[in-house]
Design a protein around this ligand. Structure first.
Ligand code: 5AD
Ligand code: SF4
Length: 453
């Protein structure tokens, strides 16, 4: 593992790289890997685009509007090129993978999610007439030996990628095409990275993968040393009771009882599962190729709650998938009412070229209907979030302080184990301290707490 500083270096003599990150947490972590590689090659980070000699956007393709935003940003990056000689613009990540040729006409550098090790060579080879590209997907690359340079502001909470790619074939989803085949990272490098973060003052790590439940490390020499996700969770949890462990994303078809029991065994494995349901209709779930139905999902929720009664549950929902009837939509609403998720990411279906759905099923729900259904889902979730938070009133929670509250500098904010955001009066604690609080009032987004002890 490379062992440079965990934080960006500041050396005024180095050429500067500016990185914008779009999309998921995995992309946030990928940008930290990119910075690590570029720091080793002699660059330093800048947060001021006017200072940058290299401008990178780490992009997302999940929905069409994510891609449209990037085209707008490229036009703005080009203004920098006009202002200063030698500025280089690079598009990396999922959109680079998907739209390679079109992007190469617009920028100097295009690099896919498995090509980050080659960034220094690509950058060195760029000339005004020769843009550079590497979008090869790999079956092995996990960046296991690269120690990411952390770009977060408060030094409390960090992401660790435990696997890359995705082998599911959800019919709406572009990720298997942009991020390639699933591969798991050596667990010992994961534990070492978490230990290094803890030694540097971090108090929370989130283990990231498209489908963490299918994490599986095969030891070449000794099958007894194979590691599944539940075992990996335990290995990280054992580093210290003071280090919180989170993970994302779980797949309803794969989340095992072993994972649920492991969570219950360790207080520092946070009681929160992000379990994307996508739809409450078994007909839609079948068409989405999710490989579970409504009953299976509800059974998994019941199991989680029977073992961990206070477990936070969040989800993702797609409105207006191909052929969705009014009844399918009602099934989604009724599932949301039944489960009462703490919060949800909610989207209108966006057809992605190349996916199974785009080839098989017409995107036939009119824009107005999709939007109306999405709005109904959002309004219902608002009520459910409030209902879920109201159940917390009177409870005593252990909160990891993230910093001062945005609205009132005399108050602190931080998350409970369930991932719910708490706000409470400060007694001079700083980011990274733990506080015990009691919930006295709630909104749909926040638990308002008083100090105890
Ligand atoms: N359209 C809308 N939402 C999508 N998601 C994934 N693909 C699409 C799509 N084509 C949503 C899913 C997923 C989340 C990351 O993004 O809900 O869980
Ligand atoms: Fe992340 Fe998916 Fe967007 Fe890629 S397409 S950045 S994997 S959310």
């Amino acid at each position: 593992m490379n062992t440079h500083d965990i934080r960006p270096i500041t050396d005024p003599s180095r050429p500067k790289v500016y990185i914008e990150t779009y999309g998921c947490q995995m992309n946030v972590n990928d940008s930290e890997v990119i910075l690590s590689i570029l720091q080793d090659a002699g660059y330093a980070l800048t947060e001021d685009i006017e200072q940058a000699s290299v401008i990178l956007a780490n992009t997302c393709s999940i929905r069409d509007n994510a891609e449209q935003r990037i085209w707008g940003r490229i036009d703005q990056f080009k203004l920098q090129k006009r202002k200063r000689n030698g500025v280089v613009i690079g598009i990396v990540g999922c959109m680079a993978e998907r739209l390679k040729d079109k992007l190469l006409e617009a920028v100097d550098l295009v690099a896919g999610p498995d090509a980050y090790r080659s960034l220094p060579q690509l950058l060195a080879a760029i000339t005004p007439s020769e843009p550079q590209i590497n979008v090869l997907l790999s079956h092995e690359e996990t960046y296991a030996d690269i120690s990411p340079v952390r770009m977060d502001r408060n030094g409390v909470s960090a992401f660790i990628s435990i696997m890359r790619g995705c082998n599911n074939v959800c019919s709406y989803c572009v990720v298997p095409y942009t991020r390639g085949k699933e591969r798991s990272r050596d667990p010992y490098t994961i534990v070492r990275e978490a230990e290094q973060l803890f030694a540097n003052g971090y108090k929370e790590v989130t283990l990231l993968g498209q489908n963490v439940d299918s994490y599986y490390w095969k030891d070449e020499d000794n099958a007894d040393r194979n590691v599944n996700f539940a075992q990996l969770l335990e290995m990280v949890a054992k580093i210290s009771p003071e280090l919180r462990v989170r993970f994302s994303t779980s797949h309803p078809k794969d989340i095992s009882d072993e994972v649920i029991y492991t969570m219950a065994m360790y207080e520092n494995i946070c009681r929160h599962i992000h379990l994307p349901v996508q739809s409450g209709s078994s007909v839609m779930l079948e068409k989405m190729r999710r490989k579970y139905d409504r009953e299976w999902y509800l059974e998994r929720v019941a199991k989680i709650r029977s073992v961990i009664p206070d477990c936070g549950l969040t989800t993702d929902v797609i409105a207006g998938f191909c052929g969705e009837t009014e009844q399918d939509h009602k099934d989604t609403l009724s599932l949301m009412e039944q489960v009462v998720f703490d919060s949800a990411f909610m989207f209108a279906y966006s057809e992605r070229p190349g996916t199974l759905a785009s080839r098989r099923y017409p995107d036939d729900i009119p824009y107005e209907v999709k939007t109306a259904r999405l709005n109904e889902i959002i309004a219902l979730q608002g009520r459910m979030s409030l209902k879920s938070n109201e159940k917390e009133i009177g409870k005593v929670l252990k909160v990891l302080v993230e910093g001062p509250s945005k609205k009132n500098p005399d108050e602190l904010c931080g998350r409970a184990s369930s991932n719910k955001m708490c706000v409470f009066p400060s007694r001079g604690e700083k980011a990274g301290d733990y506080c015990e609080v009691k919930v006295t009032a709630v909104t749909s987004a926040t638990l308002l707490c008083e100090r105890i002890g």
